[in-house]
Design a protein around this ligand. Structure first.
Ligand code: NAD
Ligand code: DAU
Length: 353
């Protein structure tokens, strides 16, 4: 069996659902259920015999050490994190606590467990750390995409906290021999994406007749990957990656934010036209830019293709269409995530615009 942290969040939940659907290995899912953890993401697993959800903090060694000893996982996949850049600007403390201190405690609990395994099980064990392309900082328009050798130069409290956790993972491999794998993925999108992030925010705001907020000139570039392709890359790296290595994950889909907004609007015009027949793009509103906003991310995933043979299954066109359709097909999920706490966040982040 495997242990997943953060498996009630956006990517973690997609990973757990795909894992259980595609194999017969069980999952222990350790999640604190913060505002970003959503049990409705896992509703289809109610009563599933191979899924055990444990509500708890990755930083609580008194919880994590016995959990590892009891379930004896062959791998730990570490998704749990504070993940939203804008929240890290408003309040970096939680990011330091979970992403850095929490990862440290998790690594220590895993090291204690791993050191007690037999040599054969030690050699087969993997700690897969799910990180982000944001640790590489911002690219100029003409610069080559990030390779694994790109300097680590994070610019936001979020990316700095993820970079710090990457360094801890690297050191636990180098010093203690823990068989780690670290991944740097570009922007994900797809089902269960919390609507504080750009693409789901656009969909839910468009449908509600609200403004579609574009930070600054909207010409910042992100490199988008359908979440299920991220999950397939993680399964591939878990199975065949070399301990101590880092792998970039991306789908060669660089888009400006304005391109994203217009694509989402055009799909909604087609799939759910406004009652007054006006285009959803009429709701686009330029708002104050994010402080320290990184201009461009782009991932070179050539190492993963060359060494492990991974390729994404979706193009941006197929992935974004499925995503918009998923939100249209799940109005209850959308209504429930927009709870009181969500409304407080929207009020705080967008109030001056
Ligand atoms: P998310 O915010 O949707 O989910 C995070 C999950 O972690 C939630 O379920 C939350 O309850 C849980 N969690 C938070 N603090 C915890 C703690 N102390 N102990 C246990 N659980 C805790 O995040 P996501 O978008 O699914 O991202 C998952 C991982 O992937 C993160 O590490 C993130 O840095 C990384 N990543 C995300 C993207 C992206 O585009 N979303 C891209 C690349 C990498
Ligand atoms: O690159 C990987 C990262 O992608 C992950 O590590 C992060 O966890 C994830 O949140 C994401 O970070 P971004 O900051 O790129 O994603 P976000 O959806 O917040 O913003 C995408 C772009 O859209 C970014 O340039 C900011 C812009 N934006 C965002 C919001 C929420 C807007 O213009 N308006 C908005 O309202």
């Amino acid at each position: 069996m495997i242990l997943v942290t953060g498996g009630a969040g956006f990517i973690g939940a997609n990973f757990v659902l795909d894992w259980l659907a595609q194999g017969d290995e069980a999952v222990v899912n350790l999640d604190l259920l913060t505002y970003a953890g959503n049990l409705e993401n896992l509703q289809s697993l109610d009563g599933h015999p191979r899924h055990l959800l444990v509500q708890g903090d990755i930083g609580n060694r008194e919880l994590v050490a016995p959990l590892l000893a009891q379930h004896q996982p062959r791998a730990v996949l570490h998704f749990a994190a504070e993940s939203h850049v804008d929240r890290s600007i408003h309040g970096p403390g939680d990011f330091i606590q979970t992403n850095i201190v929490g990862t440290f405690h998790l690594l220590e609990a895993v090291r204690g467990y791993w050191q007690a395994l037999s040599p054969a099980r030690q050699a087969a064990f993997r700690f897969l750390h799910v990180s982000t392309d944001e640790v590489f900082g911002s690219l100029d328009a003409e610069a080559s995409a990030f390779t694994e050798q790109h300097p680590i130069v994070p610019n936001s409290p979020y990316s700095a906290s993820k970079a710090a956790s990457d360094h801890l993972v690297r050191a636990w491999h180098h010093t203690y021999g823990l068989p780690t794998l670290t991944t740097h993925c570009s922007n994900n999108y797809g089902p269960f994406h919390f609507p504080e992030k750009l693409i789901p925010l656009l969909i839910v705001n468009a449908l509600a007749g609200k403004p579609l907020p574009v930070y600054g000139d909207g010409l910042q570039v992100r490199d988008w990957l359908y979440v299920k392709d991220h999950c397939s890359a993680l399964r591939c790296i878990l199975q065949a990656g070399s301990p101590g290595q880092t792998y970039n994950i991306g789908g060669n889909n660089e888009k400006t934010n304005l391109e994203i907004v217009h694509t989402v609007c055009a799909l909604l015009d087609l799939l759910r036209p406004r009652a007054d027949a006006r285009p959803y793009s009429s709701q686009i509103t330029h708002v104050t830019d994010r402080p320290g906003h990184d201009r461009r991310y782009a991932i070179d995933a050539g190492k993963l293709a060359r060494d492990l043979g991974w390729q994404p299954a979706e193009t941006f066109d197929t992935g974004i269409r499925q995503t918009v359709q998923w939100y249209l097909d799940h109005p209850d999920w959308v209504a429930h995530v927009q709870s009181g706490a969500y409304r407080d966040w929207v009020q705080k982040q967008y109030r001056s615009d």
